[in-house]
Structures are given as C-alpha cells and as structure tokens.
Design a protein around this ligand. Structure first.
Ligand code: COA
Ligand code: ZN
Length: 321
C-alpha cells in the first residue's frame, strides 16, 4: 500500500540562511537576514540553520555571523544551529550562544580537502577538541556527513564508508547526524537502502536527511528517506543554496515545495505553508535572481483560477443544448 511506512509527523529544518546564502555572490544585508530568520521562526519549523562560523574568506556572505546571531529573536520551539568547521569556529559559536553546532566533514576525502582544506582525519581531530570544549555546555552537537551519496570527484559513495564515518562520529561523542547529498547525486532506491541500513544499525540515533535537487530527484529522494523511517529533513526556502566548493552544485530541496508535497499526501509537518510562500516570493527581489522553487510560482495545487468571460459564455451556450 502507498506510504504504509510513513510517520505521523515530519520535522522540517530550514537551512536557507546558511546553505542558501553561503553561495550568493552579492552580500545579503545583515538586517535582511535577521528579519527573514525572525519571520521563519514563527512558522513551525523544527530547526533554523542560521549561519556558519567559518573563514570569511571562504564564505564571504556569512561574515556577519555574530551580528546575525545577536540580532535574531529566538522562539522557544526552534533550535538555532550554526555550522562550525574547526576549533576557531566553536569559540565563536559559544560566544554567540547557539543551541546546536553542525560539524561538517565529507565522507569523501577529496571533497573534504576541497571544502575544508583538511583530510578527514584532520577534521576528526578538530571535532574531538570541539566535543571536549563543549562538554558541560547546553550546546547540542550534530555532525553532517557531506557527500554521503556521491562525491563530484570520487563518484557514488559506497554505503560502508558512510557507516564507518557514523561510527567515527559516535566514538567522539556526536549526538545526532545529518546525512547529506551535497551535490544531488542520490537516487531514490539508494536513499531508501542507505537510510534503512542506518535506521537498522543506529535505531535511536537522531538522523536528518539533507538533500539537494541538482538532478531533479530531491523530492523523490525525500519520500524514499521518509519511507525508510527518516522523520527529519533539511530544506531551503525557494530551493536556494549549494556548496561553493563542489562544481555544478545547486540548491537544496525547496522547503515550501517539500511541505506542499508532504501535506498533499496527508503527512503533517506543522509548518505554516501560506506564510512560507509569502517569504519565498520575496526571495527573487532580495537575491536579485530567480529561484528554483515551483509552488511559489505555480500556487497551491488546490488553488483554482477564474475562467475567462469568453469561456464562461461558451459554457452557458453549451449548457443550452
Ligand atoms: N572563523 C573565522 N576565521 C577563520 C576560521 C573560523 N572558524 N577558521 C580559520 N579562519 C581564518 C584564519 O584566521 C585565517 O585568516 P587569515 O588569512 O586572515 O590569517 C584564514 O581563515 C585561513 O585559516 P587557515 O587555518 O589557514 O584555514 P584554511 O585556509 O586552511 O581554511 C577553513 C580552512 C575550514 C577555515 C576554511 O576552508 C573554511 O572556513 N571552510 C568553510 C567552507 C564551507 O563553509 N563550505 C560550505 C559548507 S558545506
Ligand atoms: Zn547542503
């Protein structure tokens, strides 16, 4: 039967202001970022990935991370997350009192070198120090497995490499993980199989699926993951985003399209879709370019358009026969 394994609720994490804004060429003013996060905070989202405490040379658009964290109004039901690549980043995250840090390492060595300029072992050494540094604090530690399905330099990722990386994360004290399809190389069967394996091997581990729609399979992959027991998904308003250190990378799965699809099959997200669409429709002006999200353009599938007068007249005439 369709959707027999679906959960009663799917949690949505918004990553537009981090994954989305990180690759924008034109600097997005700090107050616009703050305003967007404050509005998103009221819409029933589970987490908001606010920004990154990375090198401002690597990601210039997020150079205002401290100001953004300090400027937002925090909603008690939302977990405010920041990406952290190294020990320097965690000091900044601590000073800004984030709720959760998101450590990022790639499953593939080549992508980790391109993105973080470190080997995976070097990243893990840093993460060990970070976990130690956060001991005794309230800050939660999530770790992302970038290129978990495929790497633009090394090809499709063997599932065993993902499992090995999860073990390494758990060994150093990471509390939750995000399995990331950084450059949209995943396919639904692959997502279903890997997520099933993860859920079987680590049943109590909080696991988020982080998908990109680079090859048009993003929402199909989301459904495949949910069918395998995943109940938490990252998504980006308007479908914006992408890793600046991966050739050909494009945006995340689009938050409003994901919520719209899940609602259409009776899956509750608790997210206010109408308000999400309002903010998504402002993105082209804010960013200076079109967005890939579809529902913001097409409208809800349940929305109807008025018939033109000529068709109304035709209908009237036809009804006389
Ligand atoms: N916050 C702010 N500045 C940082 C920093 C941090 N967390 N880590 C390093 N820096 C600064 C250093 O002080 C140095 O500045 P300087 O040139 O003015 O002296 C510069 O960044 C380079 O530092 P270095 O330690 O030599 O790092 P690197 O050049 O090897 O880069 C990273 C390593 C991880 C800092 C960098 O590649 C990075 O920030 N990557 C993030 C990439 C990302 O976010 N990708 C998308 C997410 S998937
Ligand atoms: Zn991403």
């Amino acid at each position: 039967m369709f959707a027999q394994n679906f959960p009663s609720k799917v949690l949505i994490n918004e990553v537009a202001t981090r994954d989305g804004f990180q690759s924008e060429e034109v600097f997005i003013p700090t107050e616009k970022k703050i305003d967007m996060i404050n509005r998103l905070s009221l819409l029933g989202l589970n987490k908001i990935e606010v920004t990154s405490f990375v090198s401002p040379k690597a990601i210039p658009n997020l150079r205002d991370a401290e100001q953004v964290m300090a400027g937002i109004t925090r909603h008690p039901n939302v977990t405010y997350v920041a990406l952290v690549p190294n020990e320097r980043g965690v000091e900044r995250a601590l000073a800004s009192k984030v709720d959760e840090v998101n450590l990022v390492m790639s499953v593939s060595e080549s992508h980790n070198l391109a993105n973080m300029r470190m080997t995976c072992d070097q990243s893990l050494v840093q993460f060990k120090q970070i976990v130690k540094r956060l001991e005794g604090s309230d800050i939660k530690i999530n770790a992302s497995l970038a290129t978990a399905f495929g790497c633009p330099f090394e090809g499709i990722t063997p599932p065993q490499n993902v499992i090995d990386t999860i073990h390494k994360y758990l060994d150093i004290g990471v509390q939750s993980i995000s399995v990331a399809d950084t450059t949209g190389m995943a396919a639904p069967r692959q997502v279903y199989d890997l997520c099933t394996q993860i859920k079987e091997m680590f049943p109590s581990l909080e696991t988020t699926l982080h998908l990109h729609n680079t090859r048009g399979m993003g929402l199909a992959n989301a459904l495949a993951g949910i069918n395998a027991g995943i109940v938490q998904l990252d998504a980006s308003l308007g479908g914006i985003g992408g890793c600046p250190y991966a050739p050909g990378a494009t945006g995340n799965i689009c938050t409003e399209d994901l919520v719209h699809m899940l609602e259409s099959i009776g899956l509750n997200t608790g997210v206010d879709l109408a308000s999400l669409l309002t903010i998504a429709r402002e993105l082209p002006d804010l960013l200076g370019h079109d967005i890939s999200g579809q529902v913001a353009k097409a409208g809800l599938r349940t929305e109807t358009r008025p018939l033109s007068n000529s068709v109304i007249e035709l209908k009237r005439r036809m009804s006389q026969y």
